[in-house]
Design a protein around this ligand. Structure first.
Ligand code: ATP
Ligand code: MG
Length: 254
């Protein structure tokens, strides 16, 4: 439903994205992995329309939206710092975008979303009174009431701890399924990328190093970079955890 065709982008004469072509299917979750500075956020910003590509086209359901301004593309993003309004309570943040867009999401739909994200008891709180995970969920709700055609998330889970992270991961999947929402998520954690995605995109040095299902990435041979980047990092993680168990004496009582 969304296509990037030969997208090129450079900053200060340095090529960041080198003729990248990609397709995203309706309702699928794609995670984007790659080293720091490889252009992950830049891809999201180009899709969103926040920055222009130097060359190439963006097609939405076959229609060229390359020159369509950001607010008319119908995409929406949750930034890493959430971008919430601190002077408004959680509920007012959630429905903020509906002020000038009545009819986008009904009161019932807003309430369903609030329930789905388990925010009922936090609606009156100011943003400063919310935990990181709660802020995250408010940011999601605020984005989803706008009924975006494509949801873009830049490192949405990086500030969250284990249990909350798992529950938000499940919610992202549930929302993508329920709303048939094409969801593109940048992450630097291979484990997260593999467990969340229908397909994983790995970029390196301006090019697509892999674009495949998690199963394909793990079970079919990939280029050296991908093997190193994903499998090595997962292996290191496993080793570190293993070591923790062999090196740490059990807690003694008394
Ligand atoms: N507005 C800008 N002006 C100049 N250079 C930029 C700009 N935005 C990004 N860059 C450069 O483009 C490259 C890619 O940046 P980008 O933010 O897309 O990387 P990233 O993959 O998201 O990295 P990270 O994992 O650290 O978030 C970096 O080298 C960055 O310095
Ligand atoms: Mg980034």
């Amino acid at each position: 439903m969304l296509k990037l065709e030969k997208i090129k982008k450079g900053f200060d004469k340095k090529t960041i994205l080198d003729e990248i072509s990609l397709d995203f299917r309706e309702g699928e979750i794609v995670t984007i992995l790659g080293p720091s500075g490889s252009g992950k956020t830049t891809i999201l910003n180009i899709i969103l329309g926040l920055i222009q590509a130097d060359e190439g086209r963006i097609l939405l359901r076959g229609e060229d939206v390359t020159d369509v301004p950001m607010e008319k593309r119908g995409f929406n993003i949750v930034f890493q710092d959430y971008g919430l309004f601190p002077h408004l309570n959680a509920y007012k943040n959630i429905v903020y975008g509906l002020k000038n867009n009545t009819g986008l999401c009904s009161v019932d739909e807003v309430n369903d979303l609030i329930k789905l994200l388990e925010l009922e008891e936090h609606l009156d709180k100011r943003i400063t009174e919310l935990s990181g995970g709660q802020k995250q969920r408010v940011a999601f709700a605020r984005t989803l009431v706008m009924k975006p055609q494509v949801l873009l998330l830049d490192e949405p889970l990086s500030a969250l701890d284990g249990v909350i992270k798992e529950s938000i991961k499940e919610r992202i999947k549930q929302i993508a399924r329920e709303f048939k929402l094409t969801t593109i998520i940048v992450t630097h954690d291979p484990e997260e990328a593999l467990t969340l995605a229908d397909r994983v995109l790995i970029i390196n040095e301006g090019k697509v190093a892999a674009y495949a299902t998690p199963e394909e990435l793990i079970h079919t041979p990939q280029c050296d970079f991908v093997n190193q980047f994903i499998l090595r990092q997962l292996e290191i993680k496993r080793q570190n955890i293993g070591q923790l168990f062999t090196n740490t004496p059990l807690l003694q009582v008394g």
